[in-house]
Ligand binder design. Structure first.
Ligand code: C2E
Ligand code: SIN
Ligand code: FE
Length: 407
C-alpha cells in the first residue's frame, strides 16, 4: 500500500516510490528503491525534500503512532483542491474541429519564427520585436477563438523541437491564463510575449547539457540555472521589450516558498506575471517528451501540480490555470461509468467535469467500439467520468489522433 509520509519519519528498510515536490533537489536518479544504506538516508534528510511516498507492501511501514497519508487520502485532498476551480464560465468559442487546422498551421509557422529568433540571438543580433509581436497577436486570436486547439497541439512535440515549441506553448498558455484572470488586452499581449521569450536565455546553455538524456550533475544544473539571468541580459539589450517580459524571464523559476532561483524570492515579492509564468512553464514541460524524461498525460500533470502547488505555485494563479486547461484537459484518456474509455476532445464552459469526449474502447471487453462523440453536459448524468487512465497501461499509441484528427 502506498503512503505519503513526512521525510522525518523515514527509516532504513522502507521502500521508496516517489519523492514529492521539487524533484530536482532529490539526489537520486531512480526514485523507486529499498532504502538500505545509511548514506542514502542521510542524503534524503539533507536534500530539502519534505514528503515522499513509500510502499508498505515492499518494505517497512511507518509506526502506528505516525499518520502517513494513504493514496486515497491524497487523491481526495487533490480532488478537493481541483474542484475549487469548478465553476461555470460563459465565453463563446468555435468548436475545436473548426480551429484545429489553422492552429496547426500557425503552430508550424510559430515554431519557425522562434527558431529564427533563437538563432538571431545566438549570433548576437537583436530580437525582431515587431515580428514577435505579430506572432503573439496571431496566437492570441487563435486562443480567443478556441484556446484548446493551439494549446493541445503545442503539447505534442518531438524532443528536438522541445525548446521552440515550448516557447509557443507557454505563449498560448499565458494568453489564455491572462484572459482567465481578466487582465486587459494589453497585459494579455505582454503575457504572451513573456511566454514566447521566457526561456530565451537557454541560447547560452550548451546543447550537450540541455539535450543530455539523463539527470544533470550539480555542475550542469548550476549552468542551466543561469538561463533566467542570461535571458534577462539579452532582453535588456533589446530595449523595446516591455519590463514585464523581462520580469517573467528573470523570475519564472522562483517558487512561492522561497526555494526557487535565481533569487529565492518568496510569496508576493514575486510578481503576478512571474507566478503565471511558473505555472505555464511547468505544465508544458511535464506534459512534453524531453530528452531526459517522457511526458505525463495532461490529466496526470494537472493532478501532480495540484499536489505540489502549495510550495511551488501561487494558489489563486494555479486555480485560474485549472479553469483554463480543465481538470481533464483536451487529450486526456478517461474511463466512463459505463465502462467505456474515451478521449476528451473539448472542454465545456459550464463544467470542468463534463467535457465532450469521444468513446472508442470498451474496458470490459477490451475491444475497440464504434467511435462516438458524447457531450457529457447533455447526458444528464446517464454517463460520467469516473477517473483518468494511463494510455501506456492500455498500449494506446495514437490517442492524439482521436481529438486532433492528425498524428
Ligand atoms: P527546473 O527544475 O529549474 O529545470 C530547468 C531546466 O533544466 C529544464 O527545463 C531542463 O532544460 C533542465 N533540466 C532539469 N533537469 C534536467 C535533467 O535531469 N536532465 C536534463 N537533460 N535537463 C534537465 P524544462 O525541461 O523546460 O523544465 C521546466 C521546469 O518544469 C523545471 O525547472 C521544473 O520546475 C519543472 N519540471 C520539469 N520536469 C519536472 C518533473 O519531473 N518534476 C517536477 N517536480 N518538476 C518538473
Ligand atoms: C483507437 O483504437 O482508435 C486508438 C488506439 C490508439 O491510440 O492506439
Ligand atoms: Fe526556464
Amino acid at each position: 500500500m502506498l503512503k505519503r509520509i513526512a521525510v522525518k519519519d523515514i527509516k532504513l528498510g522502507m521502500f521508496i516510490c516517489e519523492f514529492c515536490g521539487s524533484w530536482m533537489e532529490h539526489p537520486f536518479w531512480k526514485t523507486r528503491f529499498l532504502l538500505e544504506d545509511e548514506k542514502d538516508l542521510r542524503a534524503i534528510l539533507a536534500s530539502g525534500i519534505k514528503e515522499l511516498w513509500i510502499d508498505a507492501s515492499q518494505g517497512l511501514d511507518v509506526s502506528t503512532d505516525i499518520t502517513g497519508k494513504t493514496e486515497a487520502e491524497v487523491e481526495h485532498e487533490t480532488d478537493a483542491l481541483l474542484l475549487e476551480a469548478e465553476q461555470p464560465g460563459n465565453s463563446e468559442r468555435v468548436a475545436l474541429d473548426d480551429e484545429i487546422k489553422s492552429a496547426a498551421r500557425l503552430c508550424n509557422r510559430a515554431k519557425e519564427t522562434v527558431i529564427e529568433m533563437f538563432s538571431d540571438v545566438r549570433m548576437g543580433k537583436a530580437i525582431e520585436v515587431a515580428k514577435a509581436r505579430e506572432l503573439v497577436d496571431e496566437i492570441s486570436s487563435s486562443v480567443l477563438r478556441q484556446p484548446h486547439a493551439l494549446i493541445s497541439l503545442a503539447r505534442l512535440k518531438s524532443v528536438d523541437e522541445y525548446t521552440f515549441l515550448h516557447s509557443v506553448a507557454v505563449c498560448a498558455l499565458m494568453i489564455a491564463l491572462a484572459r482567465q484572470l481578466n487582465l486587459d488586452e494589453d497585459a494579455v499581449r505582454d503575457a504572451g510575449m513573456a511566454g514566447l521569450l521566457h526561456d530565451i536565455g537557454k541560447v547560452g546553455i550548451p546543447l550537450k547539457v540541455l539535450n543530455k538524456p539523463g539527470k544533470l550533475t550539480d555542475e550542469e544544473f548550476a549552468i542551466v540555472k543561469s538561463h533566467p539571468e542570461l535571458g534577462a541580459k539579452i532582453l535588456i539589450e533589446n530595449y523595446q521589450v516591455p519590463p514585464m517580459v523581462l520580469d517573467v524571464c528573470l523570475h519564472h523559476h522562483e517558487k512561492v516558498d522561497g526555494t526557487g532561483y535565481p533569487f529565492g524570492l518568496k510569496g508576493d515579492t514575486i510578481s503576478l506575471f512571474a507566478k503565471m509564468g511558473a505555472v505555464c512553464d511547468v505544465y508544458d514541460a511535464i506534459t512534453s517528451n524531453r530528452p531526459y524524461k517522457k511526458g505525463w498525460s495532461p490529466a496526470d500533470s494537472i493532478r501532480k501540480m495540484a499536489e505540489w502547488s502549495k510550495g511551488h505555485f501561487d494558489e489563486a494563479v494555479f486555480q485560474a490555470f485549472v479553469k483554463t486547461v480543465g481538470i481533464y484537459p483536451t487529450g486526456s484518456l478517461v474511463r466512463l461509468e459505463s465502462g467505456r474509455l474515451a478521449v476528451v476532445i473539448e472542454q465545456n464552459d459550464a463544467s470542468l467535469l463534463l467535457p465532450k469526449v469521444k468513446i472508442f474502447f470498451s474496458a470490459k471487453t477490451k475491444m475497440p467500439i464504434i467511435q462516438e462523440v458524447l457531450d457529457l453536459a447533455k447526458l444528464q448524468g446517464k454517463d460520467k467520468i469516473i477517473g483518468r487512465e494511463s494510455p501506456d497501461d492500455w498500449g494506446f499509441k495514437n490517442l492524439d489522433l482521436l481529438w486532433s484528427g492528425m498524428a
